[in-house]
Design a protein around this ligand. Structure first.
Ligand SMILES: Nc1ncnc2c1ncn2[C@@H]1O[C@H](COP(=O)(O)OP(=O)(O)O)[C@@H](O)[C@H]1O
Ligand SMILES: [Mg+2]
Length: 343
C-alpha cells in the first residue's frame, strides 16, 4: 500500500459564536510523512485535525485524500484512525474488545479479527493483554490500546491529538520514542497535534507552527529552530536572547554590555541568539556583565547574566563551572549564530 497524500485547500472554519478557529489554511502532507502541528492552546490545532478527520466540515475550502475530494465525506468514510488525549476507550469492553471494535463494525470475521488483535498487541508492546480490563491498565498502557484500536482497521491516515499530554514526564518520553519508531515502521501518513515543542521536534518530519488559526511556519524541525520565520515561532520553539542595536561599529554592532560580531550589510534594530550559543569565557568576550543566578540542570547549567539590558541574558553552559552571584562574566558568540526576525 502506498501512503496517501493529504491536502487542505483554502480551509476556513468558524464556529456559531463567531470564533474563527482556522483560516486560509493551505497545507499538503506528503504520503508517509508525520506532520506535527504545534502551537499554544486555542490556536486551532484540534480544529485542523477534525477537518482532516471529517469531524468538522470547512465553511470554505476543500480537503483531499490523494486525488479524492473528501470535504463532504463523514469520518466513517475517510479511512482515518484517531487517538485522543483522554484515551476514550470503552470501559465496559476488555482490551481486545476495544481493539477489534472497529473491525466488528466493518464486518470482519472473528478469526481475522483475533489475528489482527494479537499482531497489534505485539506491535504496541502489550502481548497477552487482550483479556485485561481497561481499569487494570496504567495511563501509558491505555494509550497503547487506543493506538492499537486506531490502527486496527488499517487506516490510510493516523491522527493523534495530544496523545501523550496526560502522561507523566518519564513515560511521555518513552512512549514518544516508541511512537516515533512505530510511525516510521508503518510508513503511514500521520498528523500529530501537540503544544510541546520537544514532542513536535522529536516526532515531526515537519512542524506546522500555528498562531491564531493560521500557519506561522511550516518547515523541518531544524529549520524552525535555526531559522524561525518570526518572533512568535522563535519564542515558541525555545528560549531567545534579544539585543537592541545601539549603533554600528567597525566590526559589529554596539549593544548593551558590549559589541556583537556582525558582518552583514544590513543594520537591524534587534538581533537574537539562542542561550546555548553564548559561551562563557575566561576574561575576554564580546559581552561583559555579572551573574544574577545559576541553575544546575544536570548536563548543563542555565546562567542569568546582567549586561545592562532590560532583561538578563539566558546562557546555557555545558562546562558546569560554578560562579558566584555577582561575579563578572564574559560571553563570546559566533557571528553565524546571531539572527534577525520579522515582527
Ligand atoms: N465547538 C466549538 N465551538 C465554539 N468555539 C470552538 C469550538 N471548538 C473550538 N472552538 C474555538 O476555536 C479556537 C480553536 O480551538 P482548537 O482548534 O480546539 O484549538 P487547540 O486545539 O489549538 O487548543 C479556540 O478559540 C476555541 O475556543
Ligand atoms: Mg486541542
Amino acid at each position: 500500500m502506498t501512503a496517501i497524500t493529504l491536502r487542505l485547500k483554502g480551509c476556513r472554519k468558524a464556529f456559531a459564536d463567531g470564533t474563527v478557529a482556522v483560516q486560509n489554511l493551505d497545507l499538503t502532507i506528503e504520503g508517509g510523512e508525520t506532520l506535527a502541528i504545534l502551537g499554544p492552546s486555542g490556536c486551532g490545532k484540534t480544529t485542523t485535525l477534525r477537518l482532516i478527520a471529517g469531524l468538522e466540515r470547512p465553511d470554505v475550502g476543500q480537503v483531499f485524500f490523494g486525488d479524492t475530494d473528501v470535504t463532504r465525506l463523514p469520518i466513517e468514510r475517510r479511512d482515518v484512525g484517531m487517538v485522543f488525549q483522554n484515551y476514550a476507550l470503552f470501559p465496559n469492553l476488555d482490551v481486545a474488545g476495544n481493539i477489534v471494535y472497529g473491525l466488528k463494525v466493518r464486518g470482519i470475521a472473528p478469526a481475522e479479527r483475533n489475528k489482527r488483535c494479537d499482531e497489534l498487541l505485539e506491535l504496541v508492546g502489550l502481548p497477552h493483554h487482550g483479556q485485561r480490563s481497561i481499569h487494570e491498565l496504567s495511563g501509558g498502557q491505555r494509550q497503547r490500546v487506543a493506538l492499537a484500536r486506531a490502527l486496527a482497521p488499517r487506516p490510510k491516515v493516523l491522527l493523534l491529538d495530544e496523545p501523550l499530554a496526560a502522561l507523566d514526564a518519564q513515560l511521555r518520553e518513552r512512549l514518544r520514542s516508541e511512537l516515533d519508531q512505530l510511525l516510521r515502521g508503518l510508513g503511514i501518513t500521520s498528523v500529530f497535534v501537540t503544544h510541546d515543542q520537544g514532542e513536535a521536534m522529536a516526532l515531526g518530519d515537519r512542524i506546522l507552527v500555528m498562531e491564531q488559526g493560521r500557519i506561522a511556519q511550516l518547515a523541518s524541525p531544524r529549520e524552525i529552530y535555526q531559522q524561525p520565520a518570526n518572533a512568535f515561532v522563535a519564542g515558541f520553539v525555545g528560549n531567545l536572547n534579544a539585543f537592541s542595536v545601539i549603533d554600528r561599529t567597525a566590526h559589529g554592532l554596539k549593544v548593551c554590555g558590549g559589541e556583537l560580531p556582525w558582518h552583514e550589510p544590513q543594520l537591524p534594530a534587534t538581533v537574537y541568539c539562542r542561550p546555548e550559543h553564548l559561551q562563557v569565557m575566561e576574561s575576554e568576550g564580546h559581552l561583559h556583565g555579572h551573574l544574577v543566578a545559576q541553575f544546575f540542570q544536570g548536563a548543563q547549567s542555565r546562567l542569568l547574566v546582567d549586561v545592562g539590558g532590560p532583561q538578563p541574558l539566558l546562557v546555557d553552559s555545558r562546562d558546569n563551572l560554578l560562579h558566584a552571584v555577582g561575579a563578572p562574566i564574559a560571553l563570546a558568540i559566533a557571528p553565524h549564530t546571531l539572527f534577525t526576525l520579522h515582527a
